[in-house]
Every structure is written in C-alpha cells, then in structure tokens.
Design a binder for this molecule. Structure first.
Ligand SMILES: Nc1ncnc2c1ncn2[C@@H]1O[C@H](COP(=O)(O)OP(=O)(O)OP(=O)(O)O)[C@@H](O)[C@H]1O
Length: 299
C-alpha cells in the first residue's frame, strides 16, 4: 500500500447540492498534505467522509487500506482527528475525565506523551469542558488526536482559535510529531503560510472539485514571478497566454508576470516580444495556492 488515502470519483450530494464532485484525492504514506481551497469547497466534507462521519453519495474511498463506509470504527481507531468545531458535548465532564474516556478507546494511547502534550498546551485537567474557551477546547482536541500516536492525522483548521503563542507551540508539535512518528497527515487550513514548513504535498479544492494536487516542490518549481524591462504599451504575447496567470502593469512601473511552466521555454518568447527578464523569483506557498485558485475557470 503506497497511498494512505485514495479516493476516486468521490461525490457527495446534500439534496440537490453537490458538496464534492468526482474527487480523486491521493495522499502517499508518510506525506503531510496541505488541503487548501475556497470557502465551502468541500474540505470538511472530504475529511469527514474519510472517517465515515459522513457517507459518500458515489465513488470509491480507501483509507489505510480500508473502505471507511464499511469499516468506519476500524479506520477511526487509526486516525487522529481534529474537527473544525470544538464542541464535543459532554460539557459536564472534566478535561481529565474526557481524556481518560478517549484513551479507553485506544490501546496505543501513550500516557507519558499525553502528559507531555497537556503540559506543552497548558491544558487544565480539572476544568469542566463547558467552562473552556474555544482555544482551550481546541488544545484538548489536539491532545486527544495525537496521544494515541495514530497512523493518520486529519486536522481541520487545527489552529483556529489558538493564541499566537499556543499556535506556535502547536505547529512545532505537529512538525515534531510527524517527523518522529512518520505518520501521514492532512491539514486543512486557510492559513497556508502556517504549514509551509510542514507540508510536502498540496491539494486544492474549489467548488467541490479537485483543482490541483502535487508535491509542494513541484508546484513551487513551476510558478515564477518575472519582473520585466519592456517598452511602453507592452503586453504578453499570445503564445504566452496559457502560461501567464497574472499580469500587473502599474503606470510608470515595469510589468510583472506570474507564469506557470518551464522558464527555459518561457524566456525566449518574452525576448522575442521585445521585453527582457530583469528578475525571476519563486512564489511562497500562500502565493502559489492563490495563483492556482485564480488560474482555473470556476465550475
Ligand atoms: N449538512 C449539510 N447539509 C447541507 N449542505 C452542507 C452540509 N454540510 C456542508 N454542506 C455544504 O457543502 C459544501 C461544502 O462544505 P464544507 O464545510 O465541506 O466546506 P469547507 O471547504 O470546509 O468550507 P470552509 O473553508 O468555509 O470551512 C458547502 O456548500 C456547504 O454549505
């Protein structure tokens, strides 16, 4: 098995509304995949289908070699899940009682590691769940997701609600955890820059469709920001239209192009059009995700 997650033609309909349409999503074992996309793109729905908290309408799905629709409990036993919402119910329980309850489901629960996480995230075991703030509840969720050292982590907006200090600690925890355990992880977030150091794969959803999925290095290697020296009135030649994702040409300033493809092929076309490349730079992960989201027509 070389994919920890594999879906094909996965579709989810809520009544007449399609939340996911023919999604082929694949995450190699041991990869950390950023799941990015527009609001309402279907990220939460996809993660919930992977652990059978939602039923797919059609299509196929395999998680750690199992179909979650038939083996929901067996899949969830091997998955650490941080859900977007932090309300678990059971508000009357104390945090320590809740974690003991969660631990009882996982033979692999590592008490020492759980205590370490509790300390790092400053979780107060004696407090009742209903008395916790959103960020404090998020910290309890993170302890519950990591402490059984799952093979797969599914993290849905895992830093939402966390203060800057705890956010920093949490991101370091995720980095250490994935490096130490070699587990596979999918992190859905709008805060792309936060996971830039962590993610080695990226998948981008929009309007329920998978736009792109590829290793981060490949995506960043294909996108370039070009600052040009060009005669006034210059615009990108027609041969370049498919490569140009964006052209900025403020009055009095030289044009800047955002292009996708091999620079060795793009450069001669720019030279032929009468411009020269003054500087070629790479995009960071957030810029690259935005460029990809802008590059395709909306379905
Ligand atoms: N229980 C439901 N009933 C009806 N429609 C739903 C339900 N859950 C989700 N949807 C719809 O499915 C689509 C995908 O929602 P989802 O929460 O998966 O998106 P998302 O990518 O996680 O969004 P965001 O980034 O805004 O959190 C949205 O249009 C949403 O309104």
């Amino acid at each position: 098995m070389d994919s920890a997650i594999k879906t094909s033609a996965l579709t989810k309909r809520y009544g007449h509304h399609r939340a996911l349409t023919d999604v082929d999503f694949s995450v190699p074992e041991g990869a950390v995949c950023l799941l990015a996309g527009t609001n309402g793109a279907g990220k939460t729905t996809l993660l919930r289908i992977l652990i059978n908290l939602e039923r797919r309408t059609t299509g196929a799905c395999e998680v750690l070699g199992l179909d979650p629709a038939c083996n929901g409990a067996a899949v969830r036993a091997q998955v650490g899940f941080v859900s977007e919402t932090t309300d678990w119910g059971y508000g009357w329980l104390r945090v320590g009682e809740m974690l003991a309850h969660v631990a009882s489901y996982y033979p692999s629960w590592d008490r020492q590691y759980a205590l370490h996480l509790v300390q790092i995230l400053d979780v107060r075991m004696e407090r009742r769940l209903k008395a916790l703030s959103k960020g404090q509840r998020r910290c309890v969720q993170i302890v519950a997701a990591l402490a059984h050292r799952p093979q797969l982590l599914l993290l849905d907006e895992p830093t939402d609600g966390l203060d800057p200090l705890v956010r920093d600690r949490t991101l370091r925890l995720f980095t250490e955890h994935t490096a130490d355990t070699g587990c596979t992880a999918v992190v859905s977030t709008h805060l792309v820059s936060e996971v830039a150091q962590l993610a080695d794969h990226v998948a981008i959803l929009r309007s329920g469709a998978m736009l792109h999925q590829e290793p981060v290095e490949r995506m960043l290697g294909e996108l370039h920001r070009l600052e040009l020296d060009a005669p006034s009135g210059w615009s990108a030649p027609s041969e370049l239209q498919t490569a140009v994702l964006r052209q900025d040409h403020a009055i009095g300033r030289s044009p800047t192009l955002l292009v996708t493809g091999q620079l060795a092929l793009i450069q001669p076309l720019i030279t032929k059009s009468g411009a020269t490349i003054r500087h070629a730079g790479r995009l960071d992960l957030s810029e690259a995700v935005v460029a990809r989201l802008r590059s395709e027509p909306k379905s």
